[in-house]
Design a protein. Structure first.
Length: 211
């Protein structure tokens, strides 16, 4: 990657506008057909990566149309970033960027802060940047709580968001990290297959020894 343009540093409140989330628990969601998909903070913390393709991941849904209607002005769009504001450790602030959304209705769920960029960013850049140590370390002194840790929307407003002015450079960065993720996934699968093969050989060896 070759970067030719300058970088910008702004406060989060100058880059994003916050949207409304809902407070629906897992019990109020289902895996069947519903009018809207829901992004739960627990899935952000343990399941979703830096970029959430809503057509590739299985999202729980909200079946009650009357509930969904309340959040009509905060239906998510591609490029929106959803932050998990509560966790049991310092993973508070982990986020995912929405991508792959077409005609689906998607809303931000319990213990999340949904943000919408005020200007265009290349897909993937914000998801990778805001999950990096460069950004997340700013959140550590802002976290509150002992057993359960949280961070407030107001506390995040003055954190710094750094990005290249060139959308093309943002795109290169996002694609680079996506490529690394794909490589890691590929090697993890190979490792799992190798471990299965190793266990099979160990069992075979144990049987031979008994004979």
């Amino acid at each position: 990657m070759k970067f030719a343009y300058s970088w910008e540093q702004r406060k989060l409140g100058e880059v994003f506008v916050s949207l409304q989330n809902n407070t629906l628990s897992r019990a109020e969601l289902c895996s069947k057909q519903g009018s809207a998909k829901n992004v739960h903070y627990g899935d952000i913390l343990v399941k979703f990566g830096e970029v959430l393709n809503v057509n590739e991941e299985q999202l729980p849904v909200i079946a009650d149309d009357t509930v969904v209607e309340k959040y009509k002005t905060s239906f998510l769009q591609n490029g929106d970033v959803i932050v998990a504001d509560t966790a049991e450790d310092e993973t508070v602030g982990k986020c995912t960027e929405i991508a792959g959304l077409k005609d689906e209705t998607v809303v931000s769920g319990l213990h999340t802060i949904p943000y919408r960029p005020l200007f265009k960013f290349a897909s993937g850049y914000l998801g990778y940047y805001m999950n990096s140590a460069a950004y997340h370390n700013q959140l550590l002194p802002l976290m509150q709580g002992i057993k359960v840790t949280s961070i407030s929307k107001s506390a995040m407003l003055n954190t710094d968001v750094v990005y290249p002015k060139s959308v093309d450079e943002q795109k290169q960065i996002g694609e680079y990290f996506k490529h690394l993720d794909n490589l890691i996934t590929l090697h993890q699968r190979k490792l799992e297959e190798t471990n299965k093969y190793k266990k099979a050989l160990e069992l075979l060896l144990a049987l031979i020894v008994k004979v």
